[in-house]
Design a protein around this ligand. Structure first.
Ligand code: CAA
Length: 383
């Protein structure tokens, strides 16, 4: 068993790390403060071939594996978590399902411009009245000749108003509950589609999060992804893949906190010596490094199972659960290492803590990950 990245993966990781540290890290603090969506970062990611990273070359992508996807989210998020979020939602929650479940015509029309980065994608599952209970969605889609009329609202949509292409889940048959959910590809500008105001968030503040409203929004039948009634399974499988990236994001943010903490501990003096000489600080640093490595191994297990075409849902949930909780724990410790300075915006550690928190919530809360893990284990052990 080889748990080392191969040469191509290592080269790729270094390329993204260089891009992110040169181009995205410095402005991360400013765009967090001003809530400015970094259009220029998206353009650069597109130029570097990231926006279609795991999509086949035939459709304008780079045809790389999910280990590389996780590495990309990690390195981007280490520099700027908002940029990691924008990238991940676009690729794993929109482009990937359109590739996996779409037909040739949908690939040509929707996937290609997403993979090249000409267009930005979003995923619209949650609603104001339901998040974790995804099957309880109220947005309806009613057949009307060659079209479906969508009515309802979606909430917490990453890339909300800035995206061009939306994967929208709606009920085509309430009675059938989750079996009545259908996935639609909806283009911005479709009549009857409008956006709420951007959410004022604790973290990932430069990413756009909005509600989307559908008011007799007329979507052509050609835009149905997969079959009628397949939407819930498409959404669940899509989130399985996205969770690998969110675990990568948690690792990236924790690594940023870890590196800043080591640097600070080696500069700051107290009681006549560098604070890095105190065991109280060393223990925190050791725990951070150990948990970061453990999270990476969980991610590599999930991503490599995905890449081999094996079952990976539980592995992805375990990676996200562990990585996001360790990110929260250690970004708080990074503030503690920085003392009073860590509590101010002069240093980045307070931002890392704010950014870490969302990884315990979006793409399934930690509680939902535990449900996914437990259900799978109980099934496996036949209890
Ligand atoms: N892949 C494929 N199919 C799956 C699946 C998966 N991972 N998980 C479940 N299914 C299938 C089941 O096999 C079952 O199929 P059958 O009816 O044929 O047997 C069906 O889906 C229903 O499964 P469950 O009974 O397990 O469904 P449930 O209603 O009990 O819910 C849940 C399960 C795990 C709690 C699910 O609702 C869930 O994951 N909730 C969290 C939703 C979530 O992560 N939201 C995040 C929003 S998106 C976001 O954050 C992005 C953004 O832009 C910010």
């Amino acid at each position: 068993m080889d748990i080392k990245l191969n040469e191509d993966q290592e080269m790729f990781r270094k390329m993204v790390a260089d891009l992110a540290s040169k181009e995205f890290a410095e402005k991360a603090k400013e765009i967090d403060k001003t809530h400015r969506f970094p259009t220029e970062n998206v353009k650069l990611m597109a130029e570097c071939g990231l926006m279609g990273l795991t999509i086949p070359e035939k459709w304008g992508g780079a045809e790389m594996d999910y280990i590389c996807y996780a590495l990309a989210v990690e390195e981007l998020s280490k520099a700027c978590a908002s940029t990691g979020t924008i990238f991940s939602a676009h690729l794993s929650l929109c482009a990937v399902p359109i590739y996996k479940y779409g037909n040739e015509e949908q690939h040509e029309k929707f996937l290609k411009p997403l993979a090249t980065g000409e267009k930005l994608g979003a995923f619209a599952l949650s609603e104001p009245g339901n998040g974790s209970d995804a099957a309880a969605m109220r947005t309806s889609a009613v057949e009307d000749g060659d079209f479906y009329l969508l009515n309802g609202s979606k909430a917490w949509i990453t890339n909300g108003e800035v995206a061009d292409t939306y994967l929208v889940l709606a009920q085509t048959d309430y009675e059938a509950k989750h079996k009545g959910v259908t996935a639609f590809i909806v283009e911005k500008g479709t009549e009857g589609m409008s956006f709420g105001k951007p959410e004022d968030k604790l973290g990932i503040r430069a990413s756009s999060t909005t509600q989307i409203h559908f008011d007799d929004c007329k979507v052509h039948k050609a835009n149905i992804l997969g079959n009628i009634g397949d939407g819930f399974k498409i959404a669940m499988a899509t989130l399985d893949g996205g969770r690998i990236g969110m675990a990568g994001q948690a690792v990236g943010v924790t690594r940023a906190a870890f590196e800043d903490s080591i640097r600070y501990a080696q500069e700051r003096e107290a009681f006549g010596t560098k604070i890095s000489n105190f065991q109280a600080i060393q223990f925190k640093i050791s725990d951070m490094a150990t948990d970061i490595d453990a999270a990476k191994l969980l991610i590599y297990r999930a991503a490599s199972a995905h890449d081999r075409g094996e079952k990976f849902s539980r592995f992805a949930a375990q990676a996200k659960l562990f990585a996001s909780e360790m990110a929260m724990k250690h970004t708080i410790q990074a503030i503690q290492i920085h003392g009073g300075y860590g509590y101010t915006t002069e240093y980045n550690v307070e931002r890392y803590m704010r950014d870490a928190k969302i990884t315990e919530i979006y793409e399934g809360t930690s509680e939902i990950q535990r449900i996914v893990i437990a259900k799978d284990l109980l099934k496996e052990y036949g209890i």
